[in-house]
Design a protein. Structure first.
Length: 207
């Protein structure tokens, strides 16, 4: 049951203990949030015969929604639980557009999935370099791109789910060469200089 609650990432949870292990909704040294780790208390009670669940000390703990455990009924969504879109977010003409977002499917207060969306309504093709990071000092090409490079045709909409754990996005304008390839801007091939935006769409809250 505690593992069901752990995997649901319920916003009310502070930590859980069972069978000589514990998890917490926040990271600790050497262990990420929502990850089981050894539990060795000074009083020796390692909770082998029972489970222990502690909740956060704020208004979130007052929620009366069902716990998402095996056999539990899913709570119905209301208007506050529906997904939402954030944007338009301007993409800088020069330099990197750096976006910090709640960790996708891992934020303590916002554990939802999310999607990154572009729509080219400029009347011409343009290119972008799109990378993402979970905040571990390592960036990777965004899924669905060609090694981080993205060509958007005029009138094209592009939306791809953001990888779980992502907490940072890096977007840079690129140019298109004569063959339609995304390239670094040069004197001959320039990045699109007009107004560009993106939007982030978040899924419904699961309570």
């Amino acid at each position: 049951m505690l593992d069901d609650i752990r995997r649901s990432r319920d916003a009310r949870v502070k930590y859980g203990i069972s069978n000589g292990q514990m998890f917490s909704s926040y990271a600790v040294s050497g262990y990420g949030a929502w990850t089981w780790r050894p539990y060795n208390p000074k009083n020796g009670d390692r909770h082998f015969t029972h489970g222990h669940l502690s909740v956060v000390g704020d208004a979130r703990a007052d929620g009366t929604q069902p716990w998402q455990t095996i056999g539990a009924n899913l709570a119905e969504e209301d208007d506050d639980d529906m997904g939402a879109s954030f944007g338009p977010i301007n993409i800088e003409r020069e330099g990197v557009t750096s976006l910090t977002i709640p960790p996708v499917q891992g934020g303590i207060a916002d554990p939802r999935p999310a999607w990154l969306n572009f729509c080219n309504d400029t009347g011409q093709d343009y290119g972008l370099r799109v990378w993402c990071t979970p905040g571990n000092e390592d960036y990777a090409p965004f899924p669905g791109t060609k090694n981080g490079q993205l060509l958007l045709r005029s009138g094209q909409r592009w939306g791809v789910e953001i990888p779980a754990g992502t907490s940072g996005l890096s977007i840079l304008r690129q140019a298109i060469d004569a063959d339609g390839n995304v390239v670094a801007p040069t004197a001959e091939f320039r990045a699109y200089g007009g107004h560009l935006t993106c939007a982030i769409e978040r899924g419904a809250v699961k309570r």
